[in-house]
Design a protein around this ligand. Structure first.
Ligand code: PMP
Ligand code: GLN
Length: 389
């Protein structure tokens, strides 16, 4: 008699692709353009702020459940100054253990067994797992390659909503495709959410990483959306401290309180001293954010051009620090097999986009490379990848 797996709801997910591919890079010594983390730490003054907090005994014991007041105010000011979105730091901001916990807490709190969650496919791997943990059903809406970019089909989105739909789970700028949803697209999503009385959970961790003058629009800033939207942010990407795991949500008091009800039983609190440091980071001058963006844009161009010269078809991203490629021009079709053999063939590690799909075949020939790496590392990776041509 075969017994069902012990982790029945999660059995389909296995080990995350990021762990698998970073282990492959460590084992083979290949350049790791797989898991998205920078190979240079964020600003020295912010590291020092963390050291100071630690030495001064701020945050070494459990911080307050909703997050330290300094960070909650900094998050509220950031949303107001950038997007004109006013949130009360006491009732409408919640600090989490990275965006990962924010996603988990939001879905566990808001999704009941049997509810449907509409999400943009390909999707970040934790979305599917958290919908499953909540007992919900995921309903993918596939972004399709079109003229060098991945686009959302609004009719498909509309058709995906049923009477069982509880919420739309958005991600813009979008990992892995690099798509930045436009104001017009978001307006259509907002109209649908209002018409069908849906909640929106929106993962905006790459909000500052947008290129060529593209505008990041938080859907919460559109008419009628503030009261039905949970917006998720993270310090990991914006300040290049992915190991600190400082994230947050902003939402109405009712939604914030609902998310907190789950969050308090996940970690309760985390990252005490780092919360003080990120409060300072959010108040860095505009030059910090401009420099980060310009630096990553140059790296995007370097890697995108190199990949094109190496024979890949390249989807140049409008945001994030990932570039998606099509491997078919190289004579390959299976992204999994390609990524598993890439360390041997070219000394580089990448991520097969198929892991981000329910429709695996739709994602099969696509492979993602991260460009949040030193220029010389990207140059070396490109020169190695040119061996494939
Ligand atoms: N959402 C997306 C789209 C991501 O790419 C990531 C991780 N890189 C996260 C959430 C998780 O963020 P954090 O490290 O803050 O938990
Ligand atoms: N978000 C990062 C990526 O997409 C990785 C995060 C993780 O390792 N879970 O590469």
């Amino acid at each position: 008699m075969t017994r069902p797996p012990l982790n029945r709801r999660l059995a389909e997910f296995g080990t995350t692709i990021f762990a698998e591919m970073s282990a492959l890079a460590a084992r083979t010594g290949a350049i790791n353009l797989g898991q998205g983390f920078p190979d240079t730490d964020g600003p020295e003054e912010i590291r020092e702020a963390a050291v100071r907090a630690l030495r001064d005994g701020r945050g070494n014991q459990y911080p307050p459940g909703p997050g330290v007041p300094e960070l909650r105010s900094a998050v509220a000011d950031h949303q107001r100054d950038r997007y004109g979105l006013a949130y009360d730091p006491d009732t409408e901001v919640l600090v989490t253990a990275g965006a990962t916990e924010a996603i988990a807490a939001a879905l566990l709190a808001l999704v009941e067994p049997g509810d449907e969650v509409v999400a943009l496919e390909p999707y970040y791997d934790s979305y599917a797992a958290c919908v499953a943990m909540a007992g919900g059903t995921r309903v993918p809406v596939t972004l399709r390659p079109h003229e060098g970019a991945y686009v959302l089909d609004l009719d498909e989105l509309r058709a995906a909503v049923t009477d069982r739909t509880r919420l739309i789970l958005l991600n813009t700028p979008h990992n892995p495709t690099g798509t930045v949803l436009t104001r017009a697209e978001l307006t259509a999503v907002a109209e649908l959410a209002i018409e069908r009385d849906l909640l929106v959970v929106t993962d905006e961790v790459y909000e500052h990483l947008v290129f060529d003058g593209a505008e990041h629009v938080p859907i919460a800033s559109l008419p009628g959306m503030r009261e039905r939207t949970v917006t998720i942010g993270s310090a990991g990407k914006t300040f290049s401290f992915t190991g600190w795991k400082v994230g947050w949500i902003t939402a109405s008091p009712e939604l914030t309180s609902a998310v907190r009800s789950a969050k308090q039983f996940l970690t309760y609190v985390s990252s005490g001293p780092f919360q003080y440091a990120i409060a300072e980071a959010l108040r860095l001058p505009a030059t910090y954010f401009d420099t980060l963006r310009a630096d990553l844009q140059a790296k995007r161009d370097l890697l995108s051009e190199g990949l094109a010269q190496a024979g890949f078809e390249v989807y140049r991203p409008a945001g994030t620090y990932f570039v998606t490629t099509d491997i078919r021009p190289l004579g390959d079709e299976d992204g999994f097999a390609f990524c598993r053999s890439l360390p041997e063939r070219a000394g580089v590690v990448a991520i097969p986009n198929a892991v981000f799909y329910d429709h695996r075949e739709a994602g099969a020939p696509f492979v993602r490379f991260a460009f949040c790496k030193k220029t010389e590392v990207l140059e070396e990776a490109v020169s190695r990848l040119k061996r494939l041509a």
